[in-house]
Design a protein. Structure first.
Length: 454
């Protein structure tokens, strides 16, 4: 049976019950597909409608050599990447009780196999373990949609799931993640919905208390008492053209969003929260940008127990082609932290050519921290050409700069311009006599004494 349809025309290849089986041809020899649950059957040389549950396979060769799958549903679309893949059509319940991991992954895989598309999570709470994004996939959480981390460790990826991944003995994390993109191109996560890491399920005991004690009994060592917790909630590594827009990231049991060794990153109008009052989120960072190039962060509101925003150059041993962290521009963001609002350093590489402007830093222990190495035995990070401009601060300490444990690195060409606000404690600038800082500049900066504690 020959197909002589025009590009973009909907092709009807029969019905299963009252469910039509269709595809839309496209110019590049593929077909837009929207598989809606179940298993997939695909023949790259034919248009194959695989209807499970006892139906026989039928192959219809198409002049356009379309490749598509219809599983108990409708294949529809007008162009590659234009399809919408509603996770509920793939079996997701969205009731906050059923595990929706497999259904969400089916939707993502179908979009990826079609050459791209939008994976849609409508209103509801989707309990899930690790979900892997694919090339050209737009992961959209609609209004009222919550992707919530499963409390079960078995639902998360292992530390050795991919070469760039690892557990952390010192931080007591497993290497599991909720949403992951590994080596992807043109991938997006969009709101206005929410990604919720379900931190209380991991950081509180059965009675609802912090491990090791609440209140005055807390200590950073108490994180080692946590039986098990995932690592970074959202993790992008070795990706190109990454976009996060308008999404809320809350309740991560560790770092909220880790972007490692990626090129071309946009983070806009996102809200990030880790718990810092009802309980403490050990290492509860907001946005960690590590060895990334060509990054813009705009209009974000980040309030965290640990660092709100970090620029790092670490993890080289896990990367095939590690790069400098460079050309990062951050603007129009509100930052608040029980630790550092902005932390620059960590690792063994280079952080350079970064510009941070129009920041509102409030209710924070330290506004800006530039340190080459936090742990002994590390070479440390070279930090240079980092510029801060038009900053409002209310903090305990405005600035900390130092090499700390680094033995070989340099810190140079750092500037602060048009900074104003209040701090209760003096800055902490500690240089090495053998390696003095070079070109640390302050212009029109006025930090007055007197601020509330974070």
């Amino acid at each position: 049976m020959m197909c002589r349809a025009e590009v973009g025309q909907i092709l009807d290849f029969g019905n299963y019950g009252d469910r039509p089986c269709m595809a839309a041809c496209r110019k590049d020899g593929g077909a837009v597909r929207e598989a809606r649950g179940g298993t997939e059957a695909e023949n790259p040389q034919a248009l194959t409608c695989g209807i499970i549950r006892g139906m026989k396979m039928m192959a219809i060769t198409c002049v356009l050599i379309c490749a598509a799958v219809c599983v108990g549903g409708v294949l529809a679309g007008e162009a590659a990447g234009a399809g919408v893949y509603d996770v509920k059509n793939f079996g997701a319940k969205g009731d906050g009780v059923a595990k929706d991991t497999a259904a969400i992954q089916r939707a993502v895989d179908a979009a990826g196999a079609a050459g791209g598309g939008t994976v849609e999570l409508p209103a509801g709470t989707y309990l899930s373990g690790t979900v892997y994004l694919r090339n050209h996939v737009d992961f959209h959480l609609g209004a009222g949609a919550v992707l919530k981390g499963s409390p079960a460790p078995a639902d998360y990826c292992a530390a050795d799931a991919f070469p760039q991944n690892a557990a952390s003995k010192g931080d007591n994390t497993s290497g599991g993640h909720l949403l992951v993109a590994v080596g992807c191109e043109d991938v997006a996560v969009r709101g206005p919905g929410t990604i919720d890491g379900n931190a209380p399920a991991f950081l509180l005991d059965a009675a609802g208390h912090q491990y090791g004690g609440d209140g005055a009994k807390w200590s950073w060592r108490n994180k080692l008492l946590v039986p098990w917790r995932p690592a970074q909630m959202v993790f992008f590594v070795d990706c190109r053209n990454v976009r996060l827009a308008g999404v809320k990231l809350v309740n991560s049991p560790y770092w909220s969003c880790f972007i490692l060794n990626c090129d071309g990153v946009s983070v806009a109008d996102c809200m990030i929260r880790t718990e810092r009052t009802r309980f403490r989120t050990w290492n509860g960072d907001g946005l960690d940008i590590d060895r990334c190039a060509n990054v813009t962060v705009t209009g974000c509101d980040i309030d965290t127990f640990d660092d709100a925003l970090t620029l790092r150059a670490s993890c080289a041993s896990r990367l095939a082609k590690p790069q400098d962290c460079h050309n990062v521009n951050v603007s129009r963001c509100r930052l608040s932290s029980s630790c550092n609002a902005v932390r620059v350093g960590v690792g063994e590489g280079v952080v350079r050519d970064c510009h941070l402007s129009k920041l509102d830093i409030h209710n924070t222990r330290k506004a800006v921290c530039l340190v080459s190495a936090y742990t002994s035995g590390s070479r440390g990070t070279d930090i240079h050409d980092i510029h801060f401009e038009d900053i409002d601060v209310t903090c305990t300490t405005f600035l900390g700069i130092g090499y700390r444990h680094a033995k070989e690195t340099e810190i140079r060409d750092i500037s602060f311009r048009d900074v104003r606000g209040r701090a209760t404690s003096p800055d902490q600038i500690v240089e090495d006599a053998k390696r003095p800082f070079r070109n640390i500049k302050f212009e029109n900066c006025r930090i007055e004494r007197g601020a509330s504690k974070p």
